[in-house]
Design a protein around this ligand. Sequence first.
Ligand SMILES: Nc1ncnc2c1ncn2[C@@H]1O[C@H](COP(=O)(O)OP(=O)(O)O)[C@@H](O)[C@H]1O
Ligand SMILES: [Mg+2]
Length: 380
Amino acid sequence: MSFYSDKKTEHETACEAAIKAGDTASAIFHAAKAAEFCYILARETSGPVSASYVATADGWLEIAEKLRTTPLPKGKADIRPEPHGESGRSGEPSTAPPSPSSEFQITADTGVSFDDIDGMAAAKAAIYDMVINPMLQPEKAKALNIKPGGGVLLYGPPGNGKTLFGKAIAHEIKAPFFFASGAQIRSKWHGESEQKLSSLIHAAQAEPVAVLFLDEIDGLLPRRTENSSAVDNRLVTQFLADVGGFRDSPNTLLILGATNKPWEIDEAVFRTGRFDEKLHIGIPDAAARLGMLRRTFKNAPLEADVNLDNWAARLENYSGSDIVGIARKACQIAFRRSIDESSDPLVRASDLEQAVRAIPSSITPALLAQYEAFDRQRFG
Ligand SMILES: Nc1ncnc2c1ncn2[C@@H]1O[C@H](COP(=O)(O)OP(=O)(O)O)[C@@H](O)[C@H]1O
Ligand SMILES: [Mg+2]
């Protein structure tokens, strides 16, 4: 077993090196050998582990085929340099690892709780069913074959609490929060990012309980097309393989993938059942909008002419972050005015009016229609 998986790793590494070196023939050879050993490993194993080897093998064959039809430019990597990296387009690809940055983060306690999130009742209930209650009632869950954790896709327009929700879930189950951003990973050297992502996933899997949040997952698992690079394909395949086995482990892992563009995600991600639960995180309803206004104003004194119920009604079709931004802006405007006028720090209706003019809604009917179309197409 370990002989085959050593061979698999050896050829995978060699293929990657060949891709970096621009050696097409050698890259094809090693991709094909990697696929061969994946198939052997698939035969030697069973269930989801075996399936993940088959998926990885298929990915390597795809890569070999792609390399055959579109050979690598000589001596140039099929790996895009960091936009700000010092390795220019003309020079040799840099082998220096990307500088430590915000694309990967581990937070022991996010400090955000479900109470900090307005609305999203259905999403919260789904998370109770998937992880919180099975962890609180392990005997009952076990009797009914329910294992806490799994994969959830959070999708919806930007600024409506997907990331905040992920952090709150981690806090609620007292788990560390592992974060990676797909968009940033792809803008870096693919090979490096891919390995770092792999180690992040494995680190999360090694925790007794963990939340793994993959932000902008459309960037990580893009729809594979004719024009996808070998490494694009490899990212998807590698990810599917990495998360493939977590169901069988005794640890509790919740994988959250977040996206504003669910229609750009590779079909295989949906097919393989890595994300059993798909939660549409839409724009806030009136009650949630009121909650956000109250939360952001906290104890700030409001003039009698400010009626938050009316403002909540008026801010229909604004995103959560628009609404929080407007309330913060109104406080700033009131603060400045109170200094200029040497008056008490009070928020007036006119301050809110000015804030609303400064922050337009980031949500358009066309954008909402796109999510509706996606829901219809995917869920009937
Ligand atoms: N449902 C919500 N409850 C409370 N605050 C929210 C909510 N949705 C959005 N916000 C505010 O907007 C900010 C951006 O939300 P974020 O989670 O980054 O959105 P997304 O990940 O969906 O783009 C949050 O930090 C918070 O201040
Ligand atoms: Mg986000």
